[in-house]
Ligand binder design. Structure first.
Ligand code: ADP
Ligand code: MG
Length: 472
């Protein structure tokens, strides 16, 4: 090789080395960024750990708070609201009943036909629709008008289709799943809105009356005789979704002592001895302090995952230029998060699709998709285990957790559970069920039945309307 040729070869070699060095440098940086993302997840996982010891602390803390909440209003971070339900349905109820169920996300109208002892629920119909977003922040008049119109249309359709004679009077139950100070079984004053609602004029007002007025207005229409009759018979129980779910549980299984909602929000109720309720009920004020609910409820889980992904992206550049697409609050809903978590395809195609559709990230690599699933798993597992501790807390409060001298080790205990997060998300359900056994121990857990009460909050309200009807 001549001089020139040698120099050219040397220059090529140098250039090749420079390219190789640049490539290696980039790979090292990329690897460092990747490991930073993994580290973020690891730190988050550590913070979310729920070992058995910690769950037991949650159980005990909850029992203490429940005692305090029963002793005085504002004495606890837990709102212990009384419901004045003294009759739970037992299967003997008969007739046709309607119910409304206003949860956090969906609005349902229901019709239930009860056959009495031995035949139980002959048929039930549920119409569910997402509550239009704008109704959550308008006025109470607009909200109740919408509810009454939807009910009116439903009743008219149902009574037209029905073989039954239409002038029969119907009783109505109303499930209103927000904190309410009840003064009787059929009246209650809104304490404050939760779950993203903000209809200011309704706070402090009697919710049952608001509905009543809207229904009366609709009743002026002569064609809605059936609806008008709804206002005429029996008490119209105003209940919380937990109480509705308890009622449905109790209808099927009289060992049901508690009910739990794990949907948009988280809440529970249980049957308490009257003599354990020391306080005279007054208005509870308790702003903030909902951390426990935020770690558990459907309204928040997807958002927690989004925030972790955003942090990973910011600290590691995991998602490149698309990082900003992760910055919109509540843009990852819990059902979408659950769909990623439950993607069992080998190449996690569903995760890829969701990241593309929701965050305009078409090329998320497989190993990143695996990391995303790990985040979903951490968030869901913590939520489900804390919810399980909450359930055991209630059982402990009423002496059904197998501790102490009570005979509760062998006493059959049923808990009714409702809410989209529990019924629709099997990983969540599995983690929760597993943790209840872990906390209670297998022997006690054998006698504790967790029963899914699908549509319990609504059907239960209809059952309570039946149980409270005058001519029962
Ligand atoms: P509401 O609170 O209106 O009564 P639901 O009990 O039906 O509503 O719960 C709806 C909530 O449950 C949704 O907002 C969502 O957070 C959660 N959810 C519903 N379906 C699923 C699912 N398949 N996976 C995970 N979460 C779900
Ligand atoms: Mg509900």
């Amino acid at each position: 090789m001549g001089r020139v040729g040698f120099a050219a070869a040397a220059a090529c070699a140098v250039a090749a080395c420079a390219v190789a060095a640049a490539l290696v440098g980039r790979r090292v940086r990329a690897r460092r960024r990747w490991w930073r993302a993994v580290e973020v997840v690891g730190e988050f996982e550590e913070g979310c750990a729920t070992p058995l010891g910690r769950l037991r602390q949650v159980v005990d803390a909850l029992v203490v708070e429940m005692h305090a909440g029963l002793a005085s209003d504002g004495g606890s971070k837990l709102k212990m609201l009384l419901t004045f339900i003294d009759t739970l349905p037992d299967g003997s109820e008969e007739g046709i009943y309607y119910a409304l169920d206003l949860g956090g996300t969906n609005f349902r109208v229901l019709r239930v036909q009860l056959g009495g002892k031995g035949s139980m629920i002959l048929s039930h119909k549920v119409e569910s629709q997402p509550l239009p977003e704008e109704l959550k922040s308008g006025t109470s008049e607009i909200l109740f008008d919408y509810i009454a119109s939807t009910l009116k249309n439903f009743v008219e359709r149902e009574e037209d289709d029905s073989q039954q004679k239409t002038d029969e009077r119907r009783a109505l139950g109303f499930t209103f799943s927000f904190p309410v100070r009840q003064t009787s079984v059929s009246s209650g004053f809104l304490i404050k809105w939760t779950k993203g609602f903000s209809i200011e004029d309704a706070v402090g007002k009697d919710i049952a009356r608001g509905l009543e007025e809207a229904m009366t207005t609709k009743g002026l229409n002569m064609r809605v005789a059936a609806l008008f009759a709804l206002t005429l018979r029996g008490e119209r129980p105003l209940v919380n979704d937990t109480v509705g779910t308890l009622a449905l549980g109790h209808y099927y299984d009289q060992d049901t002592v508690a009910a739990v909602i794990i949907g948009t929000g988280t809440n529970a109720c249980y049957i308490e001895r009257t003599d354990a309720i020391i306080k005279c009920q007054g208005l509870l004020t308790n702003s903030g302090g909902m951390g426990f609910e935020k770690m558990i409820s459907g309204m928040y889980l997807g958002e927690v995952v989004r925030r972790v992904l955003q942090k990973m992206a910011q600290e590691s550049d995991l998602f490149g230029d698309a990082t900003q697409n992760l910055s919109v609050p509540f843009s990852l809903s819990t059902p979408i998060m659950a769909a990623m978590h439950e993607d069992d395809s080998p190449d996690l195609e569903r995760v890829r699709q969701i990241m593309e559709q929701n965050f305009q990230m078409p090329h998320v690599p497989l190993k990143t998709r695996r990391l995303i699933i790990r985040v979903c798993d951490i968030v869901t597992r913590r939520a489900a285990r804390l919810a399980a501790a909450g359930i055991v807390g209630i059982l402990k409060k009423i002496g059904r957790d197998g501790s102490g001298r009570s005979r509760s080790k062998s006493q059959r205990t049923s808990v009714a559970i409702e809410g989209g997060l529990y019924t629709g998300y099997s990983n969540f359900r599995d983690y929760l069920n597993e943790a209840v056994v872990e906390i209670l121990g297998e022997e006690v857990a054998r006698n504790v039945i967790l029963r899914v009460s699908e549509d319990g909050s609504g059907i239960g309200a209809a059952l309570l309307a039946a149980a409270h009807s005058l001519d029962r």
